[in-house]
Write a protein that binds this ligand. Sequence first.
Ligand code: TRP
Length: 459
Amino acid sequence: MSNRPNFSKSGFILATVGSAIGLGNIWKFPYITYENDGGTFVLVYLAAVILIGAPLMMAEIFIGRHSKRNVVDSFKVVGKHPGMAGIWKGVGWLSLIALFFLIYYYSVAGWVIFYLKETIGWSVAGFNKTPAELTENFNAFLHNGNSQLFYSGIFLFFTALILSFGLTKGVEKMSKILMPALFTCLIIFVIAVSSQPGFTKAFEFLFHFDKITSKGVLEAIGHSFFTLSLGAGMGITFGSYLSKSQSIVKSTAMVVFFDTLVGLMACIIMYSIIFSIPEANRAESFGHSAVMLFTSLPKLLYNLPGGTFVAPLFYLAVGFAALTSTLAMGEVFITLFQEKLGWTRRKCAAAYVALSLIIVVPAGLSHGGVDSLAELNLVGDAHKGFFNILDYLVSNWMLVLAGLFTSLFIGWAFPAKPLREEMEEGHGTWKLFHIWRFSLRFILPAGIVWILVSVIQSL
Ligand code: TRP
C-alpha cells in the first residue's frame, strides 16, 4: 500500500481527538453523570478511561499502524504474524457491524442542527418560550418524520461531502479547524457560566465522594468505550494513517486527556446552569434528563449573560463536536471501500451515504414518526424502538465484545517482541510496555467479562 497517505503529526491527534469528542461528551456524559449523582461515578469513569480505555486505544492504533490496512484486513494481516492463527479477522467484521449500527448517531446529530436553527431564530426574533412550550416543541419535532429525515440527512450529506475530498483535505483539515473552534467555544461557555451561582456547586457535585451502584459502575465503564470511539474500528483506521515517527503511546495519552477534559467541561457548563435554579424547581425545569440538552437547556442558555449569542454558539459547538465524530465513522467505511473495491473516494462517499440511509431512515422515524418503529420491541421493554435497540446493542454488547477480542488478540495471540518493537517506533524505550501488555492480557478481559456477565444478569 505504497500510495497510502499519512496524517501530519497534529493531524492525527486532532482527528482522533475529534473522533473521540462528540455527542458522547456533551450530550451523554453530563446526563449519565447527573443520573448517577456525580462524584464517585466520575472517579470510576476516570479509572475506566485510564485502565481500560487507554490501553485498548493503544492496541487498536497498533493494529492499524502495524498492518496499514482497513478495519477488516488489518486483523488478517496482523493475524498472519508467524505462529498465529487467522481466526481473528471476525473481530474486524464485528467492529464494522457495531459501526454500522452506530449510524443511529446521525439522528441526534440532526437534532443539534435543528436546535442551531431554532436558537438562531429565537435570538433574532427574541426568546420568549416557557419550559412547557420547549418540551412541546421538542416532542413535536421528534414525531415529525420529515423533519427527522431532513436534519439527519443534512448531517450525513455534509459528512460524506467532506470525506470525498480525501483524508488530509477532508478529515484532517476539518479537524484542524473544528477542534480549536470547539475549545474556544467551550472556554467562552465556562467564562459565561462562571458568574452563575451554580458554578461552585457544579464542582462540588462532580468531585464529592459518595456510594455508587453497580449499575453506575457498569455505565461508567461502558461509556469509556463509547466516548473514546473504541471497538468500532476508529483506532485501527486512523492508526493505519499514522506515521512511524509518531508515538502511539503519547498520542493516545493526549487523546484521552482532551476527551476527558471536554466531558468534564461539558458537565461544568451544564451543571452550573442547572444548579443555579432553586432545587425545588429543578425537577420541573429539567424533565427527562436524557433530553435536557434540547428541552430545558435552550431557556437556561438565554438566561446567561450574552444569551442571544451564547445559545446558538452552544449548538454550533455541539455540531462541530458531532461532525468530527461522524467524519471518523465515515472514514472507517471509506477506507474499507477504497481498499476492498478500488473505488474513487467520491464513489466510496456516495456508497457510504446509501449504506447509512439503511439505518438513518428507520432510526429517524422511530422517535414517533412511524408507530411500528417506535414500538419495536426486540430486547425488552426498557429499550423499545429502533433507535433505542441499536443504542442498547452497540453500547452494551458490540463495542465491549470487540474490545474484549481485540485485547485478547494483542495480549495473548500476538508475540511480545514485534509488539514491543512497533510500540517503541517513534517513541523510544517504553518502560511501561509490560504493564500495558499485562493489562491487555488480564485487566481488560476481566473487566469486560464482568461487564458482560452483569449485562446478562440484568436481562
Ligand atoms: N466517541 C464518539 C462520541 O463521544 C462516538 C463514537 C463512538 C464514535 N464510537 C465511534 C465516533 C467510532 C467515531 C468512530 O460522541
